[in-house]
Design a protein around this ligand. Structure first.
Ligand code: PMT
Length: 401
């Protein structure tokens, strides 16, 4: 059952993809919710579904021209953008996403995106290879960092005959997410400290030991926590991701620097989430000059780094502490022993070293444990997964406090 819409003026922008047919159903559902729906279409969208279909379903004229002579000031796009309480671009093609990420305004839809001051949502739909291309993912992160909310895509069979991520989310689910009331309890005004990404442990000035963490999981959690109303500080190892706007970012390189940065903030935080893949060992002595390759064999002596998660959990008073566990085997056993040994409030365990999920992937699945419960969050994109994890954390945090 859908809740009552808060936003009445919904501008649905339809781009050229086979999923455009689903937007006809989305129009119907939005109206059923009581929304006044106006449709903007790209020229290629019209090749998939005729404007008349949308006109009949929305009860309003359909717009596709950038300069509209019928509008009194010939500024139809500005008027439409001003009118909207909410913009949803569905399907959002790779092309439109790329253009929006780069501030282009070469058709009505991209111009509306640029002119809109209300919340903007995108429901992507494209071939799975196009979706997983690094450039597409970079464009999505850029848009997310600027406040655009993504709904989907989903995994499954595609019109092109392939299987994978890229199917547009079903209209009923898009509608539900557009009108979802803020979760209760939420994290309004709660201080959340998140560690993300890898660390680098220098052997000499040009060589270091690191791991495969991309930071995607931690950055997605930062965005989800901010969406829930939290004040977020992100202590980040070296990553190649756009910085989420509105989060305080502290950039570090080594495990020792991450320890110092986290501990400096941990006493003023309500929740700590240790997503970072912190090096467990660091070279005992880092050479000041590049090590020459004269010797046939060299031995690297490593010492254990300080455990940040345990140190935060030992604080008195301690924040609500959430650890991660990255495991290649015996996931449940190791996760539970980490939770107990480090005295954590919650642990999120993921499989690593597999083809799907974990390190440097856009998707992940988590087994979550807390003192008297557990749940499974199945494989999905890290942003959707993060919203679910933040909801769980918020619930447990409020129960404890
Ligand atoms: O960054 P991505 O590419 O998106 O990948 C996400 C991820 C796989 C890195 C993430 O989901 C994850 O599992 N992070 C934890 C990785 C890890 O180091 O796991 P661990 O099982 O070795 O460590 C357990 C916990 O102790 C972690 O919360 C870790 O942050 C913490 N730790 C470890 C060592 C140390 N010196 N200090 C710590 O705080």
């Amino acid at each position: 059952m859908l809740s009552k819409p808060i936003k009445k003026h919904v501008l649905l922008a339809v781009c050229g993809g086979i999923a455009a047919y689903k937007s006809a159903e989305l129009t119907r559902l939005l109206r059923k919710q009581g929304a006044d729906v106006r449709i903007a279409m790209t020229q290629s969208a019209k090749a998939f579904v005729g404007p008349l279909t949308f006109q009949a379903l929305s009860g309003n004229p359909v717009y596709s021209e950038l300069l509209d002579a019928d509008e009194e000031n010939a500024m139809g796009h500005i008027n439409l953008a001003r009118w909207a309480d909410l913009v949803i671009i569905a399907p959002a093609t790779a092309n439109t996403i790329a253009k929006c990420a780069h501030g282009m305004a070469d058709n009505l839809v991209t111009t509306l995106f640029l002119a809109a001051t209300c919340p903007v949502y995108m429901a992507p739909a494209m071939n799975q290879a196009m979706w997983s291309k690094t450039i597409t993912q970079e464009n999505i992160r850029k848009l997310e960092a600027s406040g655009v909310k993504f709904i989907g895509p989903e995994v499954g069979d595609q019109a092109c005959g392939e299987t994978g991520f890229g199917r547009m989310t079903e209209p009923a689910e898009i509608c539900r997410q557009l009108f979802a009331q803020p979760q209760s309890p939420n994290l309004l005004g709660v201080k959340v400290l998140i560690s993300a990404g890898p660390t680098r442990e220098y052997i000499d000035p040009v060589r270091y030991i690191t791991n495969r963490s991309s930071g995607k999981m931690g950055y997605a959690l930062a965005c989800a926590a901010m969406d829930a109303g939290a004040e977020v500080t992100l202590v980040s190892g070296p990553v190649n991701l756009p910085q989420p706007s509105n989060a305080e970012i502290i950039s570090v390189e080594s495990a020792a620097q991450m320890y110092d940065a986290v501990m400096a903030k941990a006493t003023q935080t309500d929740i700590y989430i240790g997503t970072a893949a912190v090096a467990d060992y660091s070279p005992k002595d880092s050479a000041n000059e590049k090590i020459k390759k004269d010797a046939y064999q060299i031995n690297l002596s490593l010492t254990k780094t300080k455990d940040i998660l345990s140190a935060v959990a030992r604080l008195n008073p301690a924040p609500f502490v959430v650890g991660f566990a990255a495991e290649t085997n015996d996931l449940v056993t190791y996760a539970l022993s980490k939770m107990h040994n480090k005295n954590l409030d919650m642990i999120a365990a993921n499989w690593v070293g597999q083809t799907e999920g974990g390190f440097d992937s856009d998707q992940n699945a988590l087994e979550i444990f807390w003192k008297d419960g557990r749940t499974t969050l199945p494989m999905t994109d890290k942003h959707h997964l993060s919203q679910q994890l933040i909801d769980l954390i918020a619930t447990r945090f409020h129960e404890k406090n």
